[in-house]
Design a protein around this ligand. Structure first.
Ligand SMILES: NC(=O)c1ccc[n+]([C@@H]2O[C@H](COP(=O)([O-])OP(=O)(O)OC[C@H]3O[C@@H](n4cnc5c(N)ncnc54)[C@H](OP(=O)(O)O)[C@@H]3O)[C@@H](O)[C@H]2O)c1
Length: 260
């Protein structure tokens, strides 16, 4: 069987661990060449080398902070010097859980700078090439937090609602250029981020992390957290030719969480 992403190049932000790494692995398995981004250069270089060795595709590391607009412009130029970007996955994100009145403005802004403006920067530099070639896919990793309210994480939910809104608007603007834009909205995925925010929620509620974990699990019909590769499976579909009539959607990967 032909690999589903053979001949394509994907730029994935936040790709050194968690969901981004799982997407990178799944894309490499399907034959895509990869340009990977995260801040920690050592971990990113190790990730890139391991994926390239395991899957025989070209994988280049591009360590930079998505909040740094000039660095994102340089990164996209460096990536495009190797070849066009067919698929952009905006995955880099952070999460700070606090009651609204306990956010410092700086913390609230940091979440939006990363989760919203990081997406804006990278996407604004990648889209012109996709428009010129009349071909492209943008996949934004949002969250179920982009579809509803959650106590004590207003900055995160505001940022992910913005990503869902951005996805819809770009899907409308880009469709004439044969660039399709979709979002994935996972519930709790078993990554470093989830360990961090469950701990923060526990602290905010004055309970221990085991109780906070049990409280989260009680919310979902499938009584477990999501494995990162379960998000990556959908990203492969959205990056492939199989999703050629799918545009502007915010796909829940949530075990039924949002239907009840
Ligand atoms: N885990 C969940 O439950 C969950 C649920 C729904 C949606 N999501 C979303 O899925 C995405 C990935 O989450 P995750 O759980 O995989 O997170 P994670 O385990 O914390 O990994 C985050 C990745 O992003 C990178 N990163 C963070 N800030 C960055 C920045 N400013 N510039 C560039 N890279 C940055 C990190 O590497 P460095 O630290 O080296 O930069 C790392 O590679 C996020 O957008 C998150 O909001 C997560």
């Amino acid at each position: 069987m032909t690999a589903r992403l053979a001949g394509k190049t994907a730029l994935i932000t936040g790709a050194s661990r968690g969901i981004g790494l799982a997407i990178a692995e799944a894309f490499a398995r399907e034959g895509a060449n990869l340009a990977l981004n995260a801040r920690d250069p050592v971990r990113l270089a190790e990730t890139a080398a391991a994926l390239s060795a395991a899957h025989g595709v070209r994988v280049t590391p591009h360590a930079a902070d998505v909040t740094d607009r000039a660095a994102m412009q340089r990164m996209v130029q460096d990536v495009e010097a190797l070849g066009p970007v067919d698929i952009l996955v905006n995955n880099a994100g952070i999460h700070m859980a606090r009651p609204f009145l306990e956010y410092s403005f700086e913390t609230f802004r940091e979440v939006l700078e990363t989760n919203v403006y990081g997406v804006v920067h990278v996407t604004q530099f990648v889209l012109p090439g996709m428009i010129a070639r009349k071909q492209g896919r943008v996949i934004n990793i949002a969250s179920t937090a982009g579809k509803g309210g959650t106590r004590n994480q207003s900055a995160y939910n505001a940022s992910k609602h913005a990503v869902v809104g951005l996805t819809r608007c770009l899907a409308l603007e880009m469709v004439a250029h044969n660039v399709l834009v979709n979002a994935i909205c996972p519930w709790v995925v078993d990554t470093d981020m989830a360990t961090g925010f469950i701990g923060e929620h526990a602290k905010n509620l004055g309970i221990d992390p085991a109780q906070a974990t049990a409280n989260f699990l009680a919310m979902v019909p499938i009584k477990r957290f999501i494995r990162p590769e379960e998000v990556a499976n959908l990203a492969v579909f959205l990056g492939s030719d199989e999703s050629s009539y799918v545009n502007g959607q915010s796909w829940a990967v949530d075990g039924g969480y949002s239907m009840i």
